[in-house]
Design a protein around this ligand. Structure first.
Ligand code: G6P
Ligand code: ZN
Length: 544
C-alpha cells in the first residue's frame, strides 16, 4: 500500500545554496524536515515535478541511501513520471550530468558534499542540476532559497524502500524508478571522446600508473575503464571501494589529502603516472614521477595538446577558467588564437559558455577540469586526457611540463587556505582590503609594486547577468598576482583562500621551487591583507 501524506512544516534557517548546492554537517541534514524542506523547495523552484523525469544519485557517503529514498518518495507523491537512479543510489557527478543530458531529462538531484569528509560527523550535501546537465545557475538557486523561506508543507509517499540494488524498472506509487548501472553510460561517452586503442597500446607497452579513488565514487569507474577496458595492471586503482565515510579520510585530491599518492610519486618506486579524484568524482589531481601538476597548469596543458584527443582535434572554440586560477591557460589561448574567458569561482558559471559553444575546455584551480562533453568538471576525463597526451608523445609528465613552460613561460602558483576562521574576523579582513583598493596601485610591498587592484565582478556574455563580490585581486608589475576570497563551500566559520601567482617568462627561472618563486608574493599578501593579524594564525592550514 502506498499513501500520499501532506506534512506540515515551517521554514528552516540557513538553507541557502552555496558554491555547489546545500552543504551542511550530516547531523544538520538529519534533523526533522531538513532534507524534505530543501527537496520540496527544489521542486517548487522548478515549477513542480508533475510528469517530469529526474536523474538521482550520489557519492555513496553516509545518509546517501536514506536521502535518495526520501527524494524518490517525494517525487512520486508529486506526480513525477520517472526517476533514473544509479544502482545503489550511486552516480559520480559527471556521470549524473551525462545521464541528465543523454536521457533528455528535466534535471537531476545529486547527493554529495564533494570533497568534504563524510559520515555521521562529516558533511552531507544536495544539489540540483538543470536539464543541460549543469549545476543550477543563480536565478534557480535564488528561487530555491526563496522557497525554503516560505515553505508550509510538503507531500511524501508512505511506502517501503525501493530496491536499488537490482537493475531494471520498479514502481513507486505511480512513478517508475529505473535503476541503471552507474558506469556504463559514462564509459560509453569516454569511448566516444578518446582513442581507447591508443590508450590500450600505452598500457600494453608497460606504462604504469596508480589511481587513488580515495574510498570514494570513482573506484568503480576507474576499475572498469582503466583496469577493465584499457588493460592497466590489476591494482592500478587503489582505495577503489566507495565507503560511507571514505575510509575516515578527506576525499580531496590535493598534495595534502592525497599524501600517500604524493609520497609514492616522489619516491624511488614511483610508477609513470599518478592521479586521484574526489568524493563525487569531479575533481582530479595529476602527478608524474617527481612532478606534481598544479590544476592551473593542467588546464593549460590540456588546451595546448588538444590535437591528441579525437573529440577536440578539430580545434577548440575557447578556454575558460575561474578568476583565481592562474593565467597559464590565457597564454595558451593567445598562442592558439582562441577566446579565453575569466569567470567567478563555481562550475555553474561555465554552463552558459559551454551551451553557447564559446568555450570547449574549462578549468579551475580547485582541481576541476572539464569540457563540453558534460556540464560538470570530470576527474576521470582529465586523467584520460592526460593519458592521451602521454600516449601520443611518449614523454614523461615532467618532460611535458618542461616543454610547456619553455613554450609559454611558467605561472608559479599556490593556494593558502585558512580554515574555520571566525566569520566576523574573516569579513573584517575582506572589508579592510576593499577599503584599500583605490589607494593600493603604486604602493610597494616586499619589493613588489601594485599595478592594479579591484573586486572581481562578472558580466556573463551570454545572458547578460552580473555577479558581484567575486574576490579581490591585486596585480603587481611583472605579472605576479594575489587573490583573496572567502570560500563558498565551507561548513564551519569562514575559509580564507589566498591565491598566489608569479610569472616567469623563461628561458631562465623555469625550474625554481614554487615556494621560492612565490616568496615575495606571499609576503606582500600578508603585508596588504594583514592575514596573521586578522586570523590570529601563523600560517595556512592547507597549501595546495
Ligand atoms: C566546488 C565547485 C567548484 C569550485 C569549488 C571551490 O568544487 O564545484 O566549481 O571551484 O567548489 O569553491 P570554494 O568556494 O570553496 O573556493
Ligand atoms: Zn567534487
Amino acid at each position: 500500500m502506498t499513501q500520499i501524506t501532506t506534512v506540515t512544516t515551517a521554514p528552516i534557517e540557513g538553507q541557502k545554496p552555496g558554491t555547489s548546492g546545500l552543504r551542511k554537517q550530516t547531523m544538520v541534514f538529519q534533523q526533522p524536515h531538513y532534507l524534505e524542506n530543501f527537496v520540496q523547495s527544489i521542486f517548487t523552484a522548478i515549477g513542480g515535478v508533475e510528469g517530469k523525469t529526474l536523474v538521482l544519485g550520489g557519492d555513496g557517503r553516509y545518509f546517501n541511501d536514506r536521502a535518495s529514498q526520501v527524494v524518490m518518495r517525494m517525487a512520486a507523491a508529486q506526480g513525477a513520471a520517472r526517476v533514473i537512479v544509479g544502482q545503489g543510489a550511486l552516480l559520480s557527478t559527471p556521470a549524473a550530468s551525462n545521464l541528465i543530458r543523454k536521457r533528455q531529462t528535466d534535471g537531476g538531484i545529486i547527493l554529495s558534499a564533494s570533497h568534504n569528509p563524510g559520515g555521521p560527523n562529516g558533511d552531507f550535501g544536495i544539489k540540483f542540476n538543470t536539464p543541460n546537465g549543469g549545476p543550477a545557475p543563480e536565478d534557480v538557486t535564488g528561487r530555491i532559497f526563496e522557497a525554503t523561506r516560505t515553505i508550509e508543507s510538503y507531500k511524501i509517499l508512505e511506502a517501503q524502500d525501493v530496491d536499488l540494488s537490482t537493475l531494471g524498472t520498479h514502481a513507486l506509487g505511480g512513478m517508475d524508478v529505473e535503476v541503471v548501472h552507474p558506469v556504463s553510460d559514462y564509459q560509453a561517452l569516454m569511448e566516444e571522446l578518446f582513442d581507447f586503442d591508443a590508450l590500450r597500446a600505452l598500457f600494453a607497452s608497460g606504462f604504469t600508473m596508480r589511481f587513488d579513488a580515495m574510498h570514494a565514487i570513482t573506484g568503480p569507474y576507474a576499475r572498469a575503464i582503466l583496469e577493465g577496458a584499457l588493460g592497466a595492471a590489476p591494482g592500478t586503482v587503489v582505495n577503489g571501494t566507495p565507503s560511507p565515510d571514505f575510509g575516515g579520510g578527506h576525499p580531496d585530491p590535493n598534495p595534502t589529502w592525497a599524501k600517500g599518492l604524493m609520497d609514492l610519486m616522489m619516491g624511488p618506486e614511483a610508477p609513470d603516472f599518478g592521479a586521484a579524484s574526489d568524493g563525487d568524482g569531479d575533481r582530479n589531481m595529476i602527478v608524474g614521477r617527481g612532478a606534481y601538476v598544479t590544476p592551473s597548469d593542467s588546464i593549460a596543458v590540456l588546451a595546448a595538446n588538444f590535437a591528441h584527443v579525437p573529440a577536440y582535434a578539430s580545434g577548440l572554440a575557447g578556454v575558460a577558467r575561474s578568476m583565481p586560477t592562474s593565467r597559464a591557460s590565457d597564454r595558451v589561448a593567445e598562442a592558439l588564437g582562441i577566446a579565453c574567458y575569466e569567470t567567478p569561482t563555481g562550475w555553474k558559471f561555465f554552463g552558459n559558455l559551454l551551451d553557447a559553444g564559446k568555450a570547449t575546455l574549462c578549468g579551475e584551480e580547485s582541481a576541476g577540469t572539464g569540457s563540453n562533453h558534460v556540464r560538470e568538471k570530470d576527474g576521470l576525463w582529465a586523467v584520460l586526457y592526460w593519458l592521451s597526451i602521454l600516449a601520443a608523445t611518449r614523454k614523461s609528465v615532467a618532460e611535458v611540463m618542461a616543454d610547456h613552460w619553455a613554450r609559454f613561460g611558467r605561472n608559479y602558483y599556490s593556494r593558502h587556505d585558512y580554515e574555520a576562521v571566525d566569520s566576523a574576523r574573516a569579513n573584517a579582513l575582506m572589508d579592510g582590503l576593499r577599503a584599500q583598493l583605490a589607494t593600493l596601485p603604486g604602493q610597494s610591498f616586499s619589493g613588489l609594486t601594485v599595478a592594479e587592484a579591484d573586486e572581481f565582478a562578472y558580466d556573463d556574455p551570454v545572458d547578460g547577468s552580473r555577479s558581484e563580490g567575486q574576490g579581490i585581486r591585486v596585480g603587481f608589475d611583472g605579472g605576479s598576482r594575489v587573490v583573496f576570497r572567502l570560500s563558498g563551500t565551507g561548513t564551519q566559520g569562514a575559509t580564507l583562500r589566498v591565491y598566489l601567482e608569479a610569472y616567469a617568462p623563461g628561458p631562465d627561472g623555469l625550474d625554481a621551487a614554487p615556494e621560492e618563486a612565490l616568496a615575495e608574493v606571499i609576503s606582500a599578501a600578508d603585508a596588504i591583507a594583514g592575514i596573521t593579524r586578522h586570523t590570529g594564525r601563523d600560517g595556512p592550514d592547507v597549501t595546495t
